[in-house]
Design a protein around this ligand. Structure first.
Ligand code: PGA
Ligand code: ZN
Length: 425
């Protein structure tokens, strides 16, 4: 049974406060959970409880900590710490709102993760193994950001994430070594062209490009400069995060000072997919543009993975609807979008039932916490997206994946391209 729940304020990778929770069970096992934080959030994701006001830019978490101490802890103490579904359901009922705004998604997700870790500790297993049970596990294909943009780089370019997927790799270790070469190669090109303006929120270069296509061309040059073939060894993956610059069927490309309607936006992306080695594209249209997404996926979904992030907000119900609609063919899974482990897993299982690609993802605001590496492996999600190849809150997750791959030894199975719609299936 749960005997103690402690909540504290710690600091995330943007220097903002966030919630950390320690849970103790009667057998002495402990678990720790940390809430991450997004910057380009879907409008239907769980809402963090923030203090508001002047102090800490309004990002304070005193109210969220108080919600844990005075409301959540009294309800959970004494309950079975291995009953994740029961604990998450109790928190959801206690909160009572659709977007978890009363107690805060940040409070709920930190407690939910802490309980999960405590249960794994009590079973004497690493988290990935505890989650997998007798089910299959695989090491996920990484998607690694090289250039940051959108809300993570002062909207310097419209595309939020320009990433690579090392599709030719045979293991995580090889995938990450290829990434290291590409990240270095991109840095050399950017340096020589005077295009580096620092690093963005997730560690990718903060670029001084004049067009979105210059970003795509430079990424291809970086891949080739590292000695890889973009068609067969290291392909491009994009997160357009279109909800950040599009709504009501209007898309405003700030960099190129162009306004497009939904059809024109769709055509622009289809043109990029035809001209560049793009394997995957996330949130190509805005979260309110269901018709645009359906049109894009009908045209591109046979060759390209189309991921719903803001569009699906890690909701099993939305995954079901998207499957019925053929609006996307893959889902991004972020624990704090759903707000609890149980709901995140339900979204993953719905996606697996429908043959969707599954991508466990970090947020742009992160900490040294590595739980999501274990979720990706233990849940047999076949792709993993945690930002770039710099900044320790990012590399902590890649490095944990390497440790898990080593621990699996001869049993390590790398998903490779198998889980990528359009390439693998
Ligand atoms: P966020 O964005 O964590 O800033 O919301 C990440 C993403 O869009 O995938
Ligand atoms: Zn996204």
């Amino acid at each position: 049974a749960i005997t103690q729940i402690r909540a504290r304020r710690i600091w995330d990778s943007r220097g903002r406060p966030t919630v950390e929770v320690d849970v103790t069970l009667a057998d002495g096992s402990t678990g720790r959970g940390v809430a991450p934080a997004g910057a380009s959030r879907g409008s239907r994701e769980a809402l963090d409880l923030r203090d508001g006001g002047e102090r800490l830019g309004g990002f304070g978490v005193v109210k969220a900590l108080r919600a844990i101490e005075t409301e959540i802890a009294p309800v959970l103490i004494g309950r079975d710490g291995t009953d994740q579904a029961g604990i998450d359901a109790a928190m959801i009922a206690l909160d009572g709102t659709t977007l978890k705004s009363r107690l805060g998604g940040n409070a709920l997700v930190a407690v939910s993760l802490a309980v999960l870790h405590a249960a794994a500790a009590s079973a004497g297993k690493p988290l990935w193994q505890y989650l997998a049970g007798d089910g299959p596990v695989s090491l996920p294909m990484p998607e690694i950001q090289i250039f940051g943009g959108g809300a993570h780089a002062g909207r310097r370019i419209d595309i939020q994430d320009l990433m690579v997927m090392p599709i030719g790799a045979k293991s995580v270790a090889e995938a990450l070594e290829m990434t290291a070469e590409i990240y270095l190669s991109a840095g050399r090109i950017m340096q020589s062209r005077g295009l580096i303006a620092g690093v963005a929120d997730e560690g990718g270069y903060w670029p001084a490009f004049s067009t979105n296509e210059e970003a795509l061309d430079t990424l291809v040059a970086a891949i080739e400069g590292a000695g890889f073939d973009p068609a067969t060894e290291a392909a491009i993956s994009l997160d357009i995060a279109a909800s950040e610059f599009g709504s009501n069927g209007h898309y405003r490309l700030g960099l190129e000072k162009r306004e497009l309607d939904s059809d024109a936006m769709c055509d622009l992306l289809l043109d990029w997919c035809a001209r560049y080695p793009i394997a995957s594209i996330e949130d190509p249209l805005a979260e309110d543009d269901r018709a645009g997404l359906i049109r894009f996926t009908a045209a591109a979904g046979g060759k390209v993975q189309v991921i719903g992030d803001d569009y699906l907000v890690t909701s099993a119900e939305k995954v079901e609807r998207a499957a019925a609609d053929n609006a996307v063919n893959a889902v991004l899974l972020k624990v704090n979008q759903a707000g609890t482990i149980t709901e995140t897993r339900a979204a993953l299982q719905a996606a697996q039932r429908h043959g969707f690609g599954t991508v466990v993802s970090a947020r742009s605001g992160e900490t040294e916490d590595v739980a999501i590496a274990h979720l990706a492996v233990g849940w047999n999600a076949q792709q993993f997206k945690v930002g770039s190849f710099a900044r320790s809150e990012r590399t902590a997750k890649w490095n944990e994946l390497l440790r898990i791959e080593e621990a699996l030894g001869a049993n390590a199975h790398f998903a490779g391209t198998a889980g990528i719609r359009g390439i693998g299936k």
